[in-house]
Design a binder for this molecule. Structure first.
Ligand code: HEM
Length: 400
């Protein structure tokens, strides 16, 4: 296909099929079928690109000629009140900066999120999960899984790990939801980010004065200054709260809609690890990314010019039939190596080992505690969050 005949679309599809809440918007599959990299007109008039193919998304994520700097990007969706140009990333926001600044901020953190360190948390995550399941049992025979289990378990874990008082959660969770929920104006997001930063700054100063056994205290011994630490702390907190919570809730929803796969997971403890990877692929809660070309780059037979934005439909990439057989089927045994749900390249999820430990504990603990767990409403009545940066459900009524 020549550069001139590449397909063009004018709007990023966002509507999911009401009967298939776990699938990306169906138009994305139709676009991918035509070409894995198409031209897209952005809401601000920018003439950019949309990648829907697995190889195209992965290639962009791996290529340093594509920048993550927000101020260079055009947004694929109109956001109320958003300025014409995005401001640079807030201090500590690793996803909006490039090397070498990104390397400088990420390097001191890596050692605190290794496989070994995170696996050492398994027992504590099991205790936290069990305590919340006990509370569900005490509460009767039905619950909303989101506030009862999916949200508090990762929240308590990330708070303990960082050394953020869990008792303050109502405040910081509200700020995080304003930032990540996808329904706030740029002004509201800015205010919430400022408030979260101030909160973390207070904590960092207190930890510098009186260090405790937690990651924020340990980080005060690195070269990062208080403002950078507050920024990184706020970012880690936000990243650790919403993502895993939505994976646990949406993953449970998907399993309850698929009795055969549910049985596979219940009956074979050996399937837990591949199951978590497959759920990550199948659900891809972080469904969309954006990068901006720093120079001309040839990709999929096209030339992306310097300055052009590329939107990455990672949910579509993770369902690409050129990469996966029966991509729209949830198959817990497949393991889905190489999926893009945790990103790829220098920005690949820093908290991925923590997220894995949490999910490997949460799903089996929930299913073994409640052998008769079922959805307590019609699947179509589960309120999904199609507008949010992180896809998931607002609530998940369950009974047992
Ligand atoms: C299942 C849960 C999770 C999912 C699906 C997820 C997904 C992602 C994705 C897709 C990225 C890449 C963003 C990009 O390339 O722009 C990312 C980055 C990141 N994630 Fe996660 N994440 C999860 C859990 C966590 C947790 C628990 C933490 C807490 C520590 C965390 C911390 C981060 C950080 C700090 C980055 C930025 C890394 C960088 O830019 O260098 N994530 N995550």
């Amino acid at each position: 296909m020549t550069q001139t005949s590449v397909p063009r679309i004018t709007t990023l599809p966002t509507n999911r099929h009401p009967d298939r809440p776990f699938d990306p918007p169906p138009e994305l599959a139709a676009i991918r079928e035509r070409h894995p990299l198409v031209r897209m007109t952005y809401p601000d008039g920018h003439d950019g690109w949309l990648a829907t193919g697995y190889d195209a998304c992965r290639a962009v994520l791996a290529d340093r000629r594509f920048s993550s700097r927000y101020e260079l990007m055009h947004l694929p969706l109109a956001v109320d009140g958003a300025p014409a140009e995005l401001p640079p990333a807030a201090l500590g926001d690793l996803t909006g900066i490039d090397a070498p600044e990104h390397t400088r901020l990420r390097r001191p953190l890596v050692g605190y999120f290794t496989v070994r360190r995170m696996q050492a948390l398994t027992e504590r995550v099991e205790e936290i999960a069990a305590a919340h399941l006990d509370a569900m049992v005490r509460g009767g025979s039905q619950a909303d899984l989101v506030p009862a289990f999916a949200k508090p378990v990762p929240a308590l874990v990330i708070c303990e790990l960082l050394g953020v008082p869990y008792a303050d959660r109502d405040t910081f969770q509200r700020h995080v939801f304003t930032i990540m929920g996808g329904r706030s104006t740029a002004e509201q997001v800015g205010a919430a980010m400022g408030a979260l930063h101030e909160y973390l700054l207070g904590l960092v100063r207190a930890k510098r004065a009186r260090p405790a056994e937690d990651v924020l205290s340990s980080l005060t011994e690195t070269d990062l200054d208080d403002d950078e630490l507050a920024g990184v702390g706020a970012f880690l907190l936000a990243a650790g709260l919403d993502t895993t919570a939505n994976m646990i809730a949406l993953g449970t929803f998907a399993l309850l809609c698929d009795p055969h796969q549910l049985e596979v997971l219940r009956s074979d403890p050996g399937v837990v690890e591949p199951a978590v990877e497959e759920l990550l692929r199948y659900l891809t809660v972080g469904h969309t990314g954006v990068r901006a070309a720093l120079e001309d780059v040839e990709l999929e037979g096209q030339v992306i010019r310097a300055g052009e934005s590329v939107t990455l439909a990672m949910g579509a990439g993770n369902r690409d039939p050129r990469r996966w057989s029966d991509p729209d089927v949830l198959d817990l045994r497949r393991g889905a190596p190489g999926h893009l749900a945790l990103g790829h390249g220098i920005h690949q999820c820093l908290g991925q080992q923590l997220a894995r430990v949490e999910m490997r504990v949460a799903f089996p603990a929930l299913l073994s505690r409640f052998p008769g767990l079922r959805l307590d409403c019609a699947p179509a009545d589960v309120p999904t969050r199609p507008d949010a940066n992180i896809y998931g459900v607002h609530a998940l009524p369950v009974a047992w």
